[in-house]
Design a protein around this ligand. Structure first.
Ligand code: 48F
Length: 261
């Protein structure tokens, strides 16, 4: 059977174009493809919502691949084991309340589960700004990550979303953009980004889910970004809080959209 390079090229361009135009207007746009963003995407897409996720790197998975200090095992506490089970991630009891899983299997399973649930992932796309009207976040300003990396002066494009989730981890990129434009208006005790505190795994894990909320009209914050925004401590390579935070962000937004999972 003959193979034509132009057909191969056309197939890629047509299919990508379909994904891109289908997701110009969505229910939810997630920024960041770490564990919290992937889990949020899974539950939202699984509930039938139109959801896209933008990740600036070529790879999805954020800080989960490397476990702790490149020892590629992650730890998950009992409370979050149902999420591991939901994604079919194999795990082993280490001692009471501490389970371990292979970091690579965890990322691969979260990614596969989210995609199969209906999430569309755009990798190598960076979010460089938000759309505001004027008191609410209503979309994202996107560009190719290589354009940003090369420092090229190229104007971005725009997508509209009913809700945005900042799941950018320690960067808290999207919340930071909103804070710069509307100082003092965030839903934190100071009205601004309070910054991440030193390591305290137990408190950080509880705080991560507590701090998962609408931080500005139209903008939710999940995962490490939630803690860094609200002044919570870091937790290191324990991932239950990330998984539960993604689930909570999805459930809260589903309620706002008039549906529970
Ligand atoms: O950091 P990350 O894995 O976020 P998370 O879901 O999980 C945190 C844990 O991995 C770990 C931890 C222990 O539990 O604290 O750090 O909160 O993934 C965040 C992703 O967001 C991408 C970034 O490349 C990373 O993959 N990202 C950050 N800023 C942008 C972005 C941006 N402006 N546009 C697109 N992607």
């Amino acid at each position: 059977m003959a193979l034509d390079e132009i057909v191969i090229t056309r197939a890629i361009i047509d299919r990508y174009h379909e994904k891109l135009t289908d997701k110009l207007e969505t229910d939810v746009a997630i920024v960041g493809g770490g564990p919290s963003g992937l889990v949020a995407g899974y539950y939202l897409a699984g509930a039938g919502k139109k959801v896209s996720l933008y990740e600036r790197k070529l790879t999805i998975g954020g800080g989960m691949w490397g476990g702790g200090m490149l020892f590629n095992e992650i730890v998950v506490q009992s409370e979050a084991v149902p999420v591991l089970e939901e994604f079919g991630i194999r795990h082993r009891l280490y001692q009471e309340n501490y389970y371990t899983a292979d970091g690579i299997e965890a990322v691969a399973s979260l990614t596969s589960g989210a995609l199969k649930a209906g999430l569309t992932i755009f990798n190598c796309v960076t979010v460089e700004d938000v759309v505001m009207r004027p008191e609410r976040v209503e979309g994202l300003v996107i560009n190719w990550a290589p354009v940003e990396m090369a420092g090229l002066h190229v104007d971005p494009l725009t997508v509209r979303a009913r809700y945005v989730i900042d799941a950018t981890g320690h960067d808290t990129d999207i919340v930071r953009m909103v804070e710069n434009k509307t100082p003092g208006r965030l839903n934190t005790s100071t009205g601004g980004i309070m910054g991440q505190k030193a390591m305290w795994a137990e408190k950080a894990e509880t705080d991560t889910t507590q701090n998962t909320k609408e931080i500005f009209p139209g903008l939710y914050v999940a995962g490490m970004a939630a803690n860094a925004t609200a002044g919570g401590p870091r937790m290191g390579p324990i991932f239950g809080g990330m998984l539960l935070s993604g689930q909570k962000a999805a459930n809260n937004i589903l309620k706002r959209l008039g549906q529970t999972s």
